[in-house]
Structures are given as C-alpha cells and as structure tokens.
Design a protein around this ligand. Structure first.
Ligand code: BTN
Length: 236
C-alpha cells in the first residue's frame, strides 16, 4: 500500500474520488482533520482534530472491485480483529458499522466511481480512537477505543495495525478465502427485532442473521427476505 497523510483535508473519500486516476491501487489516505467529513445518507462525519483514525483506501483492481458487496464487511471485520488486541469485544452491525457495548465505534462509507463501468471503489472509515466527548444529535452516544480501553492509545501504532490487518484480509479476499464462519460470530443484529426502512417502507423486522453471501436474512409480515446493503437502513 502507498500512504498519504494530510493534517487537514475536506474529506479523504472526496480526495480519492477527485484524484483516483493519478493514484495507485491500494493508496491509503488518512487525515488528522476533515472539514467536510462525510457519513452515509448524506450525513456529516464530525471528528475532533487529531483524535481519531480517518482514512480512505482506493481499490482499482478488478479482483477486489467484483467483491464490492463484501468489502465493507471485511473492513469492519479487520477492525474487530484489531480491537481484540486491546481486549475490546466489538460486533459488526451489518453491513457498515462496528459497535462496542451497544455503541457505535466506527462507520464505513463505501463509494464507487462509475463511468461506463466501476472505475474504482473507495473504502472510507472513521474510527473513534481517542475522542471522549461527542456532541450531536445521537439516539445513543458513540464510544471510542479510549473510552473502552480506559486510556488513550497510540494512534499511529493503531493505524499501522489496522492497515496491516486490512491488507492481509484483502489479500485473502483475492484468494477467495471464506470468512463466513469468522464473521457470523460478530453479527450484532442477529435475533433482534428492529425497525428498518426497507426499500423506503418502514417495517418492524426480525433479523435472522448474516448469510453466506453476506446478505442479511430478515423476517417481516410473514415474509423471509434476503437484503443487500443499500436496501435497508436500521433504527434500533
Ligand atoms: C457512517 O457511519 O456514516 C460512515 C462514516 C465514514 C466516515 C469516514 S472518515 C474517513 C472517510 N472520509 C469521509 O469523508 N468519510 C469517511
């Protein structure tokens, strides 16, 4: 991987969107601060200067682009593995978030640049590392590694560990490694009854769990459905 670090940038995802033609596959861009950090569903992603790991990874190779459905899950899984090293038990809230003790610790924004075909994918990840106070309109306040670990962590060391784990796991994706058994252990939504927006309709659903193809099996109104990411958003 090639790395670029900015003290300040609008958004590491936006930077890669605007510059992917000139950059190599697997370029990793991080920043201390983003002035226009972006979350999913057009939300902002706010993060205190220098406290957290904010990065985007550029994917240009066909063998990974075709696995786009699994890439955010594999990225979340990589973080879960690293958090274990700090004694933190995290879960994957399918398909884009990582939770610890029922609080969000990280979110992923996976974007594609498409012309006639997918030119590249951008995996953007915001991980709360040393931030301890969160201001905003949250149903439930987020958490951070420092809050769970009860002390600040070395952000650079954490970045190196995550980077290495992600690189390793993406190598396994290229080799068609089957992550399913490892990943289902961390299924945060399994067996929960939640409200969800499915194809723009609000439904109360029971989550049956992550399937082998990484879709999410749910039950509502007597129907069993397999949802792909993008078809559902949760309110829990
Ligand atoms: C979410 O949970 O809504 C996804 C948040 C993704 C935030 C990261 S921070 C690094 C990268 N750059 C951005 O502008 N967004 C992603």
């Amino acid at each position: 991987m090639k790395t670029i670090h900015f003290e300040t940038i609008d958004s590491t995802n936006t930077y890669l969107k605007n510059n992917y033609q000139f950059l190599d596959n697997m370029t990793f861009v991080s920043a201390d601060y983003q002035s226009s950090g972006r979350g999913r569903n057009n939300r902002n992603w706010k993060s205190e200067n220098g406290d957290n790991l904010l990065f985007s990874l550029l994917i240009k190779e066909e063998s990974l682009i075709k696995e786009f459905k699994t890439l955010s899950i594999i990225s979340a899984f990589s973080l879960i593995e690293v958090l274990k090293e700090y004694g933190i038990e995290a879960k994957l809230k399918w398909p884009n978030d990582v939770y610890v003790n029922d609080r969000k610790i990280a979110g992923i924004l996976l974007e594609a640049v498409t012309l006639n075909k997918i030119e590249c994918l951008i995996i953007g990840m915001g991980i709360n590392v040393n931030q301890k106070e969160f201001e905003g309109d949250y149903l439930r306040l987020p958490t951070s590694i420092a809050l769970e670990y009860k002390q600040d962590v070395d952000l650079n060391l954490f970045k190196i560990m995550l980077y290495a784990t992600l690189e390793d796991n993406l190598k396994k994706v290229r080799e068609n490694y089957d992550f399913y058994k490892e990943i289902v252990q961390y299924d945060y939504l399994k067996d929960r009854e939640v409200y969800a927006l499915i194809r723009n309709e609000k439904k109360k659903i029971k989550v049956l769990g992550i399937e082998k193809d990484f879709s999410l099996k749910v039950e509502y109104e007597g129907i069993i459905d397999n949802l792909e990411s993008g078809e559902i958003s949760f309110h829990i």
